[in-house]
Every structure is written in C-alpha cells, then in structure tokens.
Ligand binder design. Structure first.
Ligand SMILES: Cc1cc2nc3c(=O)[nH]c(=O)nc-3n(C[C@H](O)[C@H](O)[C@H](O)COP(=O)(O)OP(=O)(O)OC[C@H]3O[C@@H](n4cnc5c(N)ncnc54)[C@H](O)[C@@H]3O)c2cc1C
Ligand code: SF4
Length: 333
C-alpha cells in the first residue's frame, strides 16, 4: 500500500474543510473520508484508490437512528449496516431495507460497513480492480475492456459506450424503493438530494459516480413515514447463497386494496449502472389487479430498455423472473 497521512478531524467542520482541499470528491480524490474501510482500504491495497490523506470520521456524532417529527426515520451516516438491519423500527416499517442489508456481504463486513460508505461502494468490475488493465472509471479516457471482455456480471440498464459497470449495492436498491433522501453538508452549507438523483449514469464521465463535490460529507439519510399496510420484499439472485453480489435483485414496496395495487415502488439491483428505480414497473402495477399476469407485464416494462453485453443476455430473463417472484412473495405475505 502507498504512503498516506492518517488524520482524525476534531469535528464535522474540520473534516469538511480538510476534504474541501481535494480537487475532486470522485475517483482519484487525494483526500478520502474513512468509514468502515471495507471498500476504501480494499481498494488502497490494490492501488486503485491512492489518497494522500485519509480522514477518519468514525468519531463524528453521526451514529444514531432517530424517528423524525413526520414519523419517518433519520439514519446517521456512521450507523453500521448491521445496526440498521436489526433496528426494531426498520424491521417493522422498512423491512425491505433490513432484508436487503442482511442479504449482502457477511456479518463481519456488515458490522464494520457504514450507511454512507455503502452508498459509495465501488463497482466489482474486474478491470476496475486491476491496475494493469485500462478502465475509463479508474483512468478516464483509457478505454473499457469489459465491453469486449468479461462482462457476465455487468449492467444491462443505464450503460454507455464508456462504461458498463454495475452498481453492486443491495442496501441502495431498497433505499431507492423507499424513496430515501441523502443529506449532505459541504463547504457551501447543507443540502438534501433525492435518492434517485444521488448516483449518476456513466455517460461519458464514468469516473463521476455521484453528485458529491470536494468537501461534501454525507451526514444522514431520511426515510419518509412508512406507508401503512405496505408489503415489502427484497429478493436477491446470485451465484451462491452467501458472500456474493447480486446478478439480479428486486426491492418491492406494495399496498393492495380490494385485490388491486394502490401503491407500488420498485427497484432493481445487479442489472443497472446505478440502483435502478423502475417507474415503468410501478406504472404497470398501479391501479391493476395484483395478479401474476400483471406482474409479468410490470417485469416486461422494467426490462424493456435492457441492452445485454456479450456474456449477460441471461440477466434480462433472470431480472424479469426475479421481479415477478418478488411481487408474488409480497402479495402472498
Ligand atoms: C468481501 C465483500 C463482500 C461484499 N458483499 C456485498 C454484498 O453482497 N452486497 C453489498 O451491498 N455490499 C457488499 N460489500 C460491500 C460493502 O457493503 C461495502 O464495502 C460497505 O458498505 C462500504 O462501507 P464502509 O463504511 O466500509 O465504506 P468505506 O470503505 O469506509 O468508504 C467507502 C467510500 O465512502 C466514502 N465515505 C465514507 N463515509 C462517508 C461520508 N460520511 N461522506 C462522504 N463520503 C464517505 C469513503 O471516502 C470511500 O470513498 C462487500 C464487501 C466486501 C469486502
Ligand atoms: S465497465 Fe466501467 S469499470 Fe469496468 S472496465 Fe469498463 S470503464 Fe472500467
């Protein structure tokens, strides 16, 4: 691992001021916040991330889960993934989030990983993690060998000619379906970003993954008040039952009245370049009978724009079946 300076900022303002010196908050940033380190330290060992300064923010007071005045939930940036998954209100009112977290990584990693760190985990594309290979995300303008190489696990939605990497997070798929908001404090003050606007499509700047600017510290997430009586399911399909990323996953939040879907929030994982909210599937479900025939139409709509790569055409049908099955599980529960 290369040399770097390790700093423990005294407070939030000091952390933001130190990070604001960096020329970018994205890939290649020379200043990095450290959460649980399960992404950052991994990538530093591989020389994929080479920050000059690492700011340990673990002692900042951002580690609480609190109910908001409107009945929603506020989750601090430093709350560990396991603490979110096992929180009583999350399990009761936002169970899709608990299910998604518990199907990711391992118990040890979930105990270390933080809420903000999970939002900013990097792709598992093998070329990105190998500095001997070209990669537009790691080294802008160098090329994308995945397009003609190994791309079985990569994206079928949202890709560009410059990058086809999948966003690997499970937690973020649930947060997309729950319509979370990301709260950020930066050198110019605080702002709130709707979850769907936080991650960026690769376009011709795949190294820019989020709307974060230098100095921006994620302070917390908020979830809107739960929808009474909603059925929630996270279904993850992968090559092995644990310690593996999704080939396809679906987060489903549904309310049914008199046999019809009155409210649907749908997001897909393992298939998109960002956590993939499907307004097409939501529109296909809302106001319609909660039947398998309608679930099939919703799954068709969700994958209509999918563009497979040479090795991952199977993901289109896999993702369809994943969503149909998740909808079936939600309505059967
Ligand atoms: C073997 C293995 C298997 C895994 N399997 C899965 C899986 O199946 N599903 C899944 O979803 N994930 C999986 N993961 C990924 C894991 O969930 C992430 O590594 C973890 O969530 C990252 O959180 P962290 O706190 O450790 O982040 P860190 O490594 O500390 O930080 C990640 C990034 O976030 C930035 N950052 C951290 N906090 C803040 C903040 N407050 N504001 C701004 N920037 C910040 C850091 O600078 C860094 O760039 C796996 C990881 C490993 C190592
Ligand atoms: S898919 Fe993206 S991350 Fe993978 S090699 Fe291409 S540019 Fe790099």
């Amino acid at each position: 691992m290369h040399n770097f300076e390790f700093i423990r900022p005294a407070d939030q303002a000091a952390a933001i001021a130190a990070a604001a010196q960096s020329k970018t908050a994205q890939q290649g940033a020379d200043v990095r916040f450290l959460g649980g380190g399960t992404t950052l330290i991994d990538l530093m060992k591989l020389n994929v991330e080479t920050p000059a300064r690492v700011l340990d923010i673990n002692r900042l007071p951002l580690d609480k889960i609190e109910v908001t005045p409107d009945g929603g939930l506020k989750i601090g940036a430093m709350v560990r993934n396991s603490d979110v998954a096992n929180h009583a209100k999350v399990q009761k009112d936002y169970s899709v989030l608990s299910q998604a977290i518990l199907q990711g990584a391992s118990a040890q990693i979930r105990n270390m990983a933080t809420t903000a760190g999970n939002l900013l985990q990097r792709t598992r594309c093998i070329y990105f993690r190998d500095t001997a290979m070209a990669c537009n995300k790691r080294e802008p303008g160098s090329g994308c060998p995945a397009i003609t190489g190994h791309n079985r696990t990569l994206a079928i939605l949202g890709a560009s000619e410059h990058c086809i990497a999948t966003n690997p997070s499970d937690m973020c798929v649930a947060l997309a379906a729950l319509e979370a908001t990301v709260h950020i404090q930066g050198p110019k003050g605080s702002r709130a970003v709707a979850f769907g606007d936080f991650h960026l499509l690769p376009g011709n700047t795949p190294h820019r993954e989020t709307v974060l600017e230098p100095g921006d510290l994620i302070t917390h997430l908020t979830l809107p008040a739960p929808i009474s009586g909603s059925k929630q399911v996270y279904l993850k399909l992968r090559d092995r039952a644990s310690y593996e990323f999704a080939l396809a996953s679906a987060a489903v939040v549904l309310t049914i009245a008199s046999g019809k879907t009155t409210h649907a929030r749908i997001a897909l994982g393992g298939v998109g370049t960002k956590p993939w909210r499907s307004s097409e599937a939501e529109a296909a479900l809302t106001g319609k009978p909660a039947t398998e025939a309608i679930f099939r139409q919703a799954a068709e709509a969700a994958l209509r724009d999918a563009k497979p790569q040479s090795e991952n055409k199977f993901k289109i049908e896999l993702a369809r079946r994943c969503l149909i099955h998740a909808l079936g599980m939600a309505t059967a529960s």
